[in-house]
Design a protein around this ligand. Structure first.
Ligand SMILES: [Zn+2]
Length: 363
């Protein structure tokens, strides 16, 4: 009987064992499933902060900036790399790690936004600028390599704004003399704040270097007093980043619309758009003038400008006869401020700026 009972007991316990086994199996499936989901989420997050597929332009060679930055910040001693550094911070990242990143970028002069822990476009642009100036791949993602340089003592601070008129030789910018990445002129003002209603403006926000904007105002005022009007300011200061955007858009356009290869598209773009860093508009000393609705070269305003700009510190920067030296076909609407002393001498010698700078350097 007892034997029978135990046999019965064994017999009756087997369904419980089966249920237990099923439960264990289900739990195991649940654990494995959750892990797979998490891995996928991490993958998705990382995929979201991969660099944009937009092509970047072939790097241009950059000569060292011959102009001393005013206010060059002293590189602060690097704080230690945060111990819990994640391998990757990028657009969309949030939290304390981003706050630390923003503080460090601010310390080095790259970031001026809020320390809010949100990796938005401002943070991305600051990371890119830092990467460009520190010889890193400028993808705007703070990966391990970028973090390591950022928190090292050799992290280069952002250059301060440059006094573009302090040198005895006028600042020369062309395709052979590009400005360094991060170049920024000092003392920019909105031209409209200086010249008011003397002209109309392509955008009210157009900026120029104060001294140049004031000279432009005196010049246009003189023209208007003699009856030469109206005038429109089409373009003045343009950042290197703006130029990069214009350049990239044109390259992409040629590739998609004209089915050109990348290198063909770049070559074609260079015919009409200056390489980022090599446009004179980066100096804040160049102005594109216009008469609304007319080809500027056919207007009385242009003739007046051509004859009188020298008395106000301006030169006609690109003329057809100097194309081989400047690398730019004639642009009658583009004037460049160099200061009266230089402009009068340049007019007298009949030089373009390249020739004049070379001549000055030989003196
Ligand atoms: Zn221009």
């Amino acid at each position: 009987m007892p034997q029978n009972r135990s046999a019965q007991k064994r017999k009756s316990s087997s369904p419980y064992l089966f249920i237990l086994l099923v439960l264990i199996l289900l739990t195991a499936i649940l654990i494995v499933g959750t892990r797979a989901m998490n891995t996928w989420k991490v993958y998705e997050t990382q995929a979201a902060i991969q660099p944009d597929p937009t092509p970047t332009v072939t790097p241009i060679s950059v000569t060292p900036n011959p102009f001393r930055a005013t206010d060059t910040p002293v590189p602060p001693t690097a704080p230690p790399l945060p111990s819990a550094t994640p391998s990757l911070l990028g657009s969309g990242s949030q939290g304390d790690m981003v706050k630390q990143l923003q503080s460090r970028l601010q310390e080095l002069g790259y970031y001026t936004g809020n320390i809010d822990g949100d990796y938005g476009p401002g943070t991305k642009a600051a990371v890119q600028k830092f990467q460009q100036l520190n010889g890193l791949d400028a993808d705007g993602i703070a990966g391990q390599k970028t973090m390591a340089v950022l928190y090292s003592d050799s992290a280069l601070p952002a250059p301060g704004p440059v006094d573009t008129l302090s040198s005895a030789v006028p600042l020369l910018v062309n395709q052979w003399n590009p400005l360094p990445t991060g170049f920024e002129p000092a003392d920019l003002v909105k031209v409209k704040d200086v010249a008011g209603n003397l002209m109309t403006y392509e955008r009210d926000s157009i900026q120029g270097v104060r001294e140049a904007a004031e000279a432009l105002t005196r010049m246009i005022q003189a023209a208007v007093n003699e009856g030469y009007k109206p005038w429109k300011l089409r373009e003045a200061y343009r950042t290197i980043a703006d130029q990069q955007r214009i350049f990239n858009n044109r390259v992409t356009g040629y590739m998609t619309e004209n089915s050109l290869t990348r290198s063909q598209a770049i070559a074609r773009t260079r015919q009409s758009v200056a390489d980022p860093g090599s446009s004179e508009h980066h100096t804040g000393l160049a102005f594109d003038l216009n008469v609304p609705g007319e080809a500027f070269g056919d207007t009385a305003q242009y003739l007046w400008l051509k004859n009188n700009c020298w008395d106000y510190g301006f030169i006609m920067r690109y003329t057809d006869d100097k194309e081989e030296i400047t690398g730019i076909t004639g642009e009658e609407w583009h004037v460049r401020y160099v200061g009266i002393q230089h402009s009068k001498k340049i007019q007298e010698l009949g030089f373009c700026l390249e020739e004049y700078v070379e001549w000055l350097n030989r003196q």
